[in-house]
Design a protein around this ligand. Sequence first.
Ligand code: GLA
Length: 369
Amino acid sequence: MSVVEAFRQAYSAEPTTVWRAPGRVNLIGEHTDYNDGFVLPFAVPWGITAALSPRQDRTIRLLSLQSSGEPVVISDWDAAQGWTRYVVGVPAMLGERVQGADIAIDGDLPAGAGLSSSAALEVVVGSALNEVYGLGMTPMEIALLGQKAENDFVGMPCGIMDQAASALCEEGRALFLDCRSLGSRNIPLDLASHGLRILIIDTGVHHELADGQYAKRRADCESAAGRLGVDALRDVTDLAGALSVLQGDERKRVQHVVTENHRVEAVIGLLRAGAIAEIGALLNASHLSLRDQYEVSSPELDVAVEAALRGGARGARMTGGGFGGSAIALVAEERVPAVQEAVLAAYEERGWKEPRFLPATPAAGAHKI
Ligand code: GLA
């Protein structure tokens, strides 16, 4: 059943609007967003579709095609439970500018793959509310609204990358975003014309980011910035000097963030020069830095990356927040079967659940259907 049919059945009316917002993978620039740094994500072909009509009261009725049964009726927004908080958080952050809504939602993002289904949900709801309530928000303002809902209503202190990717990406392009100025550019990422693919390797292992590790990394970065007397780690220009006055976790986190920002800029340079295949080495360096300095990888991600490289990938790294989720591998088309076999064999050897492979082509950001 389509989301529009589900809406009609549940609410005996036509939806006022239908929007779709995608998930994302991050090509490079990990854990840099909340350090005012650079990121380079692109939208994936999977996402969330929402059919929505405004209401005259402050009730939200919410139906998901992925959970069976009747719509959930939420009149006390603060009391919303589980995944519905990502939806309700958006109008809650808009305060008196909106009333309630009837909503039906359908998603095809692989659950738990770390491809930002939460950001897609926030952005799709924000986009639809923006239209039906005539709020006049730009895509970046919708992304910021989604981030605020996640920070202040859900309680996950994420940066802006995922929501910005979902709201602003364009088909065939990656989004180069400066997370301080919020200036962005859509950079062509024409993999096919270079005979390349980006393979998503979904480890099937999901560790909740909200469990404190993410917030701990963020706190390490903020305390290191304070010690160094800068507003954010983005501002560290003398890495050697910074490392000489830091110790322990703070030292490692700074090493990662500063070098990761340089890697994003280097990747941009290579993409501009049309040398996509050459970014592999930078993806590999990013993974090692996330594993050893930022300490957010997991055995499943490390094994996926190592096996993909053994199988002939040009580069590979974990993508997203870490602690599970997905890795990406940059692979020449003809090497895709060998890379998949190498990863499957490595997982089988360890008795781990089979990982899933998804080909990632850069897709469009949020749009009305
Ligand atoms: C999660 C967060 C993002 C970003 C990444 C790490 O996906 O939601 O804001 O910090 O982790 O790069």
